[in-house]
Design a protein around this ligand. Structure first.
Ligand code: NOJ
Length: 572
């Protein structure tokens, strides 16, 4: 026992994210489903995770794989029935695992009955559920914002003769949070799921719900940073003026009445937003997903956005992580992630997915899990699953990837090979290939034809193999997850960065009362002296966990790290 009060116990837990479409198919239709998840709960229990975040399972036309919801209270038939859901939830609870649902309420689907009604006439009672605007005098869209999936955020609606706003695809109209009825609808659907027994929510792009309205009722143009009409407008919508007010209301109306665990996805979040929103007394959510560390390997200001590649400079990562660690210490709580359904695989992105695949996957896990915050493991990360490089665009399914390819190779004149290189490095389908369960057909994911090709390396990298190998990435994650439950310093220790300027070694300490652990990670494929500062190098240290065979007592003064070595030592 760690001595934490019960309300704080969630901080010892690790969260596991399931992308249901790609997790496990029980009925051979090629799409993962709820009974498939239920059948794998023992696997999750063996890993030791305390919480599951389940990506959307609601009725959806799947323009964006479920992030476009047409009925918030229905299970998509391809995933199963409400009875399947109840059985899955009961199975999780029986194993002491909590469930966080995905709450996607910045927008819904254009096939939701709210939008179907809203778009029919300006006098329809649902019209005010969405955001409408008149064209400019020359007929062009109301402002210059570019949507996340290319094109304008404005789509023309013929029946009412006006544009509607969609920050993502045109099939994902943004909801009008200024309208109190919309907010009440959201609170009602949250209560519906909480009354069924779910334990909380991951809230999709939650810091975009308040838009930056001007006094005249229009939305401002984004600053012009490149040629052409369309400009990135996300910076303006990610910190709207009424965000804290809306979240505060949601807390009072819903969250305060249930024991919930919440994490808000917050692109472009500042540390100030992080502190405001996750403050244990005055904030509204338990954690945020901030994005700064996910943006470090793109060229800032490049019109291609995340697709404009740039190698990671480890010093940038240190700077970003340390800023969030320091800023939220004692006044908020971080989420810790390298991976989710929108990001490429960390072992390919920040490690070496060939020669040192196992070592670097374990190093990255060590590095992440010892920071302060709640670690998130995305399905397959615990196996060290790498990226994939399909040779043609035809194998890809993700709307963001497909639209990028079309625009890049079309109007932007980028060579197909170059666009594909960005897709191989950053595309979201890297994370969305079927979970490799075994070396069998389609990695054991389905007996039918999978909705997207199975991982070409599933024959070598799969759960069955990992479970049979005590040295696997899986068992290493299990040890990290178990350590967090019995080491208070891992949960509450104060973080201090060492060696801020070292280009290859990432070192930090976590200290609580008289206990200190030192974490030293080699982010490179070459041996490197750890070069620890004198005040640390002069201390004695006992080995706690690491990805190479045990060092027992380690002499810190002349420590050399092997390729992608991670070491955690207790300073004595
Ligand atoms: C963030 C989600 O994680 C992503 O998958 C989705 O495309 C957008 N929000 C829109 O819902």
């Amino acid at each position: 026992m760690t001595g934490l009060p019960p309300a704080q116990r969630w901080k010892q837990d690790t969260v596991y994210q399931i992308y249901p479409r790609s997790f496990c198919d029980s009925n051979g239709d090629g799409i993962g489903d709820l009974p498939g998840i239920t059948g794998k709960l023992d696997y999750l229990q063996a890993l030791g995770v305390g919480v599951v975040w389940l990506s959307p399972i609601y009725a959806s036309p799947n323009d964006d794989n479920g992030y476009d919801i047409s009925d918030y209270q229905a299970i998509s038939p391809e995933f199963g029935t409400m009875a399947d859901f109840d059985a899955m939830l009961a199975g999780m609870h029986a194993r002491g695992i909590k469930l966080m649902m995905d709450l996607v309420v910045n927008h819904c689907s254009d096939e939701h009955h709210w939008f179907q009604q809203a778009r029919s006439s300006r006098s329809n009672p649902y019209h005010g559920y969405f955001l409408w605007a008149e064209p400019q005098a020359d007929g062009s869209p109301p402002n210059n914002w570019e949507a996340a999936f290319q094109g304008s955020v404005w789509e023309w609606n013929e029946p009412t003769g006006e544009f509607y706003l969609h920050m993502f695809s045109r099939k994902q109209p943004d909801l009008n949070w200024e309208n109190p009825q919309v907010r009440q609808e959201v609170y009602a659907l949250m209560r519906f799921w909480l009354d069924k027994g779910v334990d909380g929510f991951r809230m999709d792009v939650i810091n975009m719900i308040s838009k930056p309205w001007k006094a005249d009722g229009t939305l401002p143009d984004a600053p012009v940073v490149r040629e052409g009409f369309l400009q990135p407008g996300f910076a303006l919508t990610c910190n709207g003026p009424r965000l804290n007010e809306f979240l505060g209301e949601m807390r009072r109306e819903v969250l305060d009445h249930y024991p919930t665990l919440t994490v808000g996805e917050a692109p472009m979040a500042t540390v100030q937003q992080g502190r405001d929103i996750t403050h244990p007394q005055t904030g509204s959510l338990n954690m945020l997903f901030q994005f700064e560390h996910m943006d470090l390997d793109s060229q800032p200001g490049n019109p291609l956005g995340k697709w404009a590649l740039k190698p990671l400079d480890l010093r940038d990562l240190k700077h970003t992580m340390s800023r969030w660690q320091d800023a939220l210490y004692g006044v908020g709580w971080n989420s810790l992630y390298l991976s989710n359904h929108d990001q490429p695989r960390p072992v390919s992105r920040f490690g070496d997915d060939e020669r040192y695949r196992v070592e670097s996957a374990k190093m990255l896990a060590t590095w992440l899990h010892f920071h302060q915050g709640t670690p998130y493991v995305y399905q397959g990360e615990e196996l060290g699953v790498p990226n994939v490089a399909f040779p043609g665009i035809g194998d890809y399914r993700d709307i963001e990837t497909l639209n990028f390819y079309q625009v890049a190779t079309g109007q932007r004149g980028i060579a197909p090979e170059e666009a594909l290189r960005s897709i191989h490095t950053k595309g979201r389908d890297n994370a969305r290939l079927p979970m490799p369960w075994s070396a069998g057909l389609h990695g054991g994911f389905t007996s039918g034809t999978p909705w997207i090709a199975a991982h070409p390396r599933a024959g070598q990298i799969n759960a069955e193999k990992a479970l049979a190998d005590p040295d696997s990435v899986f068992y290493y994650y299990r040890r990290l997850i178990a350590l967090r439950k019995r080491l208070p310093v891992m949960v509450d220790g104060r973080y201090t960065l060492l060696l801020p300027d070292h280009p290859q070694v990432y070192a930090y300490t976590r200290c609580l009362d008289d206990k200190c652990v030192l974490v030293v990670c080699n982010f490179g494929a070459t041996e490197v002296p750890a070069d620890l500062p004198d005040h640390t190098a002069s201390r004695k240290a006992e080995w706690l966990i690491g990805n190479y065979p045990n060092h027992a007592r380690v002499a810190l003064g002349n420590l050399t790290l092997r390729p992608y070595e991670a070491l955690v030592l207790e300073l004595i």
